[in-house]
Design a protein around this ligand. Structure first.
Ligand code: HEM
Length: 367
């Protein structure tokens, strides 16, 4: 009922849109009327067309962190802050340029068969005791931990540590959550060091698990929903591993589990002809870019067999996601194996809404 009422009233702003039942008409209106505007209420620029988003993602003066706060104030001086400061996701310039290639190589060392095997094993271990919410939260990080050869005996605890770290570095986290994130950061760094990794390598081992968490939970949740809502397309998807990958890739484009990302002006610049002041923040509505006709023809149509699919949902430019293929294979293999085991309908519940997040759109199920 709450979701139905929300569908009638457009979202209040592009952050509220992330958890709105139907944000797509609102995104279209933004894109068509004001593809780049300053939102006074959010105190952020908002970019919603594929052209402006792409320009922003490639702009040398737009960084991932505010220039005066490279590490959030609440994390400064903590072990969680030390890890945060060395994540490729959170850095730009020379540090990012020096370390991103190693992260890309690290993520590229697994074949699709490796990922599928890890995903099938994780899906078999986690079902049926877990409900859908717990499954979508745990499966992606379990898969990444298995790929990283985390030993069976510490698999569950490692996944809990990654969850603690992510919760504690989120904006607005409580002091208790930051303290837990710091303990988790220390424990995860100690694991990396025991494997012979240096500090930056150990941080980026954490990054691979941490980045897989929410985004892939969203991708898995939306894939489950779309498979259930489109039985004929689901039947085609089940015919081959490649057909299921195409289905998941279309879910990513169409539903955009990561609806937006942020950038900050390190110096004054002009974007799409408009002046942006140093220090100002910008919301890049990737989900809207994916529904722009300039990116894909008939963008609102869900078509797993779409030719030349283009998506901004994994980012672009220097911060482009190195885990896209892993994420798609994780979800596709989980969906295939769950279906093959006859567990698909028994392990999904009714959707009741979305997690209350400002950038990831992750379905919540009744169980
Ligand atoms: C196994 C799963 C995944 C891994 C290991 C992974 C890893 C990463 C890493 C390390 C980065 C930081 C790159 C950098 O800043 O240079 C990143 C960025 C990003 N990832 Fe992923 N990711 C995964 C899944 C996903 C999924 C499922 C989505 C979306 C559906 C996604 C969307 C993004 C986006 C949008 C960025 C760029 C953010 C920005 O530029 O502001 N990722 N990912």
């Amino acid at each position: 009922m709450a979701m139905f009422e929300a569908a009638i009233k457009p979202p209040a702003d592009p952050v509220a849109a992330v958890t709105h039942a139907d944000p797509w008409p609102y995104y279209r209106q933004l894109r068509e009327t004001q593809p780049l505007y300053f939102d006074v209420r959010l105190q952020l620029w908002v970019a919603s067309s594929q052209a402006v988003i792409s320009e922003a993602l490639h702009h040398p003066s737009l960084n991932v962190r505010p220039p005066d706060e490279p590490v959030p104030a609440a994390l400064q001086g903590t072990a969680a802050g030390e890890v945060f400061a060395r994540l490729v996701r959170m850095t730009d310039g020379a540090f990012h340029a020096a370390h991103k290639p190693a992260v890309v190589r690290a993520a590229g060392r697994w074949s699709l068969a490796d990922v599928a095997r890890a995903s099938e094993m994780a899906a078999a271990d986690l079902q049926p005791p877990m409900g859908t919410n717990a499954l979508i939260s745990n499966l992606p990080v379990q898969v990444m931990a298995r790929l990283l050869l985390v030993s069976e005996s510490v698999l569950a605890v490692t996944c809990d540590l990654v969850q603690q770290f992510v919760q504690g570095i989120a904006p607005g986290a409580s002091e208790a959550a930051v303290a837990l994130a710091s303990q988790a950061a220390e424990a995860l760094m100690a694991q990396g060091s025991a494997e012979g990794l240096n500090a930056v390598q150990a941080v980026n081992r954490i990054a691979l698990m941490q980045q897989s968490l929410d985004a892939t939970a969203g991708l898995l949740g939306h894939t489950v929903l779309m498979l259930a809502q489109h039985p004929q397309l689901a039947a085609t998807a089940r015919c081959s591993p490649q057909a299921m990958r195409e289905f998941v890739a279309e879910v990513e484009r169409h539903q955009a589990p990561i609806q937006n990302s942020r950038r900050f002006a390190v110096r004054a610049l002009r974007l799409a002809g408009q002046p942006v002041e140093q220090g100002q923040g910008m919301l890049l509505v990737l989900a809207s870019g994916n529904r722009d006709e300039a990116l894909n023809p008939q963008p609102d149509h869900f078509d797993p067999q779409r030719a030349n699919r283009r998506s901004l949902g994994f980012g672009a430019g220097s911060h482009a996601c190195p885990g896209a293929a892993i994420a798609i294979e994780t979800v596709a293999a989980c969906a295939r194996s769950t279906w093959a085991g006859g567990r698909f309908y028994s392990c999904i519940g009714r959707q009741t809404g979305f997690r209350p997040l400002g950038n990831a759109r992750i379905p919540v199920f009744e169980k």
